[in-house]
Design a protein around this ligand. Structure first.
Ligand code: TXA
Ligand code: MG
Length: 342
């Protein structure tokens, strides 16, 4: 199959939007930009289209998808009830990078939820995502638009790299603003629990609904028999071709650590402006005290490392609290290997 690239700069480009929507209506697969990462969309109510997503990505059959909506009214039919806390969270963070897991209704095919009794729903804030959902006239199931095992795509070029020839089209809406995936919170547990940190922080969530737990798997590898609350968490998600170690400490201590452990084909993943401190190849992922810029750059940097011949990477550690989502993704890319110098 040939993958069509549809460049859309504004929601005024109605013809192009309708073209993308028509593919979705016919049961096709279209990658769309969202504010977090690009998503690979299909009509969420079309079970056979949804099966296509799993095939194109090579996604494990037990990892459920997020359903994307464009207005709050679309939530009701997808779930069996809308708890008060969901209403409050929606009011505070939708449209935006928050996904809520709620008890599903019969309308949602088991293909979307992989047989789970719950469904994950999100209302993206990207105007083009919003316009495509409206034009398609249906909620869209969309996981990140990478091949399974690759970092999530934050640009249309990343999507084409992974999925060209396997999907009908890519809507190119430019680079993603947030850069890491949405926060996933389940409201199916007695205490709402964050299953994946993301654009909306745990602190922001607590300000709106009070007590919120964070699932233990967010910052450590699940023990052998432990049951993942979110099926996605049992996968390492992404295995970089290089061996990554996160090294936590000040810049001087970090540079000294690199000097002591350096070998051929090793590189450093550091913050902007730090490149000259190292005698080896460097990749950068944003500014040191700016979690937003780190989130925007992380996946692109990991893809650059994958394309290089680098075998071993020492990565500067983001602030585990201020940059919780970035820390979580980098730690996972490192297979939870962290060296603490302080
Ligand atoms: O920002 C995002 O969330 C992006 C954009 C495209 O919206 N999407 C995304 O989807 O990251 P994906 O499939 O890569 O991640 C979805 C996560 C997975 O970890 C999955 O296991 C979890 O959400 N999930 C989906 N349905 C669930 C459910 N019913 N219960 C628990 N976890 C669920
Ligand atoms: Mg994903």
């Amino acid at each position: 199959m040939e993958t069509t690239l549809i460049k859309i700069n504004s929601t005024d480009e109605t013809e192009k939007l309708l073209f993308a929507a028509e593919i979705l209506r016919r049961g096709g697969l279209v990658a769309i930009p969202t504010e977090t990462v690009y998503g690979l969309a299909a009509n969420a109510l079309d079970a056979s289209a949804v099966r296509g997503i799993f095939r194109a990505k090579g996604r494990p059959a037990d990892n459920p998808l997020i359903v994307h909506i464009a207005s709050f009214e679309e939530l009701g039919p997808l779930v069996s009830s809308v708890p008060e806390k969901a209403v409050k969270l929606a009011r505070a963070f939708w449209p935006g990078p928050l996904t809520m897991v709620l008890p599903k209704s019969d309308l949602v095919p088991g293909e979307v939820t992989c047989g789970l009794p719950s469904v994950a729903v999100r209302m993206p804030s990207h105007p083009i995502a919003n316009a495509v959902i409206r034009a398609a006239g249906a909620p869209l199931a969309a996981p990140s638009a990478n091949a399974s095992g690759k970092p999530s795509p934050t640009a249309a070029a990343h999507v084409l790299h992974d999925l060209s020839g396997k999907i009908d089209a890519v809507v190119d809406g430019g680079p993603c603003d947030v850069g890491v995936e949405s926060t996933v919170i389940t409201l199916c547990t007695e205490i709402p629990t964050v299953l994946r940190p993301g654009g909306v922080t745990v602190r922001q969530l607590r300000e709106i609904i009070g007590q919120v737990d964070v699932h233990p798997s967010v910052f450590k590898e699940l023990e052998g028999g432990a049951k993942p609350a979110s099926p996605g968490m049992k996968y390492r998600h992404y295995s970089p071709s290089a061996d990554i170690t996160v090294v936590r400490g000040g810049l001087d201590a970090f540079a000294e650590y690199v000097r002591d452990h350096q070998s051929a084909s090793c590189a450093v993943l550091c913050f902007d402006g730090e490149e000259r401190r190292f005698g080896c190849e460097t990749f950068t992922y944003g500014k040191k005290d700016d979690p937003k810029s780190q989130a925007r750059r992380l996946y692109g940097a990991l893809r650059q490392i994958d394309e290089s011949d680098v075998k071993r990477v020492f990565a500067r550690c983001p602030d585990p609290v201020a940059a919780q989502a970035v820390y979580n993704r980098l730690l996972r890319a490192a297979g939870f290997k962290i060296q603490i110098l302080e």
